[in-house]
Design a protein around this ligand. Structure first.
Ligand SMILES: [Zn+2]
Length: 186
């Protein structure tokens, strides 16, 4: 795995950003938290439309986080029904850490990228820090099979990203969306 400077950006809805920021504030207790990211990846554009909360059965630890898998799957089904949003990635906090994906994070993402049933070309990782002076710091990363890099974040109103879309061609005829798998984070 190598990193290189990112020139690409990602769009995130105000609602998704609000969920991430308000949930991340709970990590002031020193425990990680997180959830799934749902939206659209057209190849050129990536839009995060919805961010999941961790769910009632999430396991939060100081250097580890497991989201509630059933809860994540219900969110994914609801988002698919609502606006054809798909599971495109994950967000979680690093209360003490550097805001880069850890080796455990990358291993988890790579398992998804290599799973033929999920048909991921890339995976979005949002990592959130709590900084005493700057408050909540949100970073976004794009992970491919052999590299990852940081993305700049755009947010705000953007009809092209926020509006409902038809399913991408690859999903036409499919009854359901890509279903979130188990995740492991550090
Ligand atoms: Zn992590």
């Amino acid at each position: 795995m190598t990193t290189r400077p990112g020139t690409r950006s990602i769009w995130i809805s105000v609602g998704a950003l609000q969920t991430i920021v308000s949930e991340s504030e709970r990590s002031a207790d020193g425990l990680e938290t997180g959830g799934i990211l749902l939206g659209a990846d057209s190849g050129k554009h990536i839009a995060i439309r919805h961010a999941g909360e961790p769910g009632p059965r999430a396991q939060r630890e100081r250097y580890n986080f497991l989201r509630d898998l059933d809860y994540a799957r219900r969110l994914a089904d609801a988002a698919w029904a609502h606006d054809c949003s798909q599971w495109i990635g994950e967000w979680h906090t690093h209360p003490f850490g550097p805001l880069t994906p850890s080796d455990v994070d990358l291993g988890s993402y790579l398992r998804h990228l290599k799973d033929p049933d999920l048909s991921f070309d890339r995976f979005v990782s949002v990592i959130v820090g709590l900084d005493l002076s700057r408050g909540i710091v949100v970073t976004a990363w794009l992970v491919e099979r052999d590299r990852f890099w940081q993305l700049s974040i755009r947010h705000g109103k953007d009809r092209r990203n926020a509006q409902s879309t038809a399913p991408p061609d690859s999903l036409l005829g499919r009854e359901s969306t890509r279903r979130p798998g188990a995740e492991e984070h550090r």
